[in-house]
Design a protein around this ligand. Structure first.
Ligand SMILES: CC(C)(COP(=O)(O)OP(=O)(O)OC[C@H]1O[C@@H](n2cnc3c(N)ncnc32)[C@H](O)[C@@H]1OP(=O)(O)O)[C@@H](O)C(=O)NCCC(=O)NCCS
Length: 134
C-alpha cells in the first residue's frame, strides 16, 4: 500500500467510492475534490513604511462548507492598544464574509478577550475533534 497524490485517472474511482456512501448527493460537492478552493491573505498595518502588525488568514471552500481561519495576528508591542489588531481582524472578517465564509475560527489563549470583543464566541457547541502532536 502506497499513499500518493490523487491524479486525474483516480477520479472515477473516487467518484464510485463517494456515491456508494452518498447515493443521493448531487455532483456539486464532489467536483470540489478536483479543485478545492483554498485562499490565504496577509494584511499589514503600516505607519509610513513601518509595519506595525500583520494578520494571516485562510479561507476554505469545499462543497457546502465555507470557513475561515485566522492563522496569525501580531501587533508590535510598541504599537499595541491603538486598535490596530481590531482593524486587521475586521478587515480580514470582511474578506471572509465576501467569500462566503459561514464561520471563522481562531485558536488563542492569550487573546480570548480581544476576540470576544470582536464578536467571537467559544466553540464548545461544535463537534470538533482535535489532533495535536505528542
Ligand atoms: C492580541 C493583539 C493582536 C492585540 O492587538 P492590539 O492592536 O493591541 O489590540 P486593540 O488595540 O485593537 O485592542 C482592542 C481591544 O481588545 C483589548 N485587548 C487587546 N489585547 C488583549 C488581550 N491580550 N487580552 C485582553 N484584551 C485585550 C484592548 O484592551 C482593547 O479593548 P477596548 O476596545 O475596550 O479598549 C496583540 O496584543 C498581540 O499581537 N499579541 C501577541 C500575539 C497574539 O496573542 N495574537 C493573537 C493570537 S492569534
Amino acid at each position: 500500500m502506497k499513499i500518493t497524490e490523487a491524479r486525474q485517472v483516480d477520479f472515477n474511482r473516487i467518484t464510485d467510492l463517494y456515491y456508494k456512501l452518498y447515493p443521493n448527493r448531487k455532483t456539486a460537492k464532489l467536483t470540489a475534490v478536483r479543485s478545492p478552493i483554498v485562499k490565504s491573505k496577509v494584511l499589514v498595518a503600516k505607519e509610513s513604511k513601518r509595519v506595525d502588525g500583520f494578520i494571516l488568514a485562510t479561507f476554505v471552500s469545499y462543497g457546502k462548507s465555507k470557513f475561515g481561519y485566522i492563522e496569525e495576528l501580531i501587533v508590535d508591542e510598541k504599537a499595541r492598544g491603538k486598535q490596530i489588531g481590531s482593524k486587521l481582524v475586521k478587515r480580514i472578517l470582511s474578506w471572509e464574509k465576501e467569500l462566503g465564509a459561514e464561520v471563522v475560527f481562531v485558536i488563542t489563549e492569550e487573546a480570548m478577550e480581544f476576540y470576544k470583543k470582536l464578536g467571537f464566541k467559544y466553540t464548545k457547541n461544535y463537534t470538533w475533534l482535535l489532533w495535536t502532536p505528542k
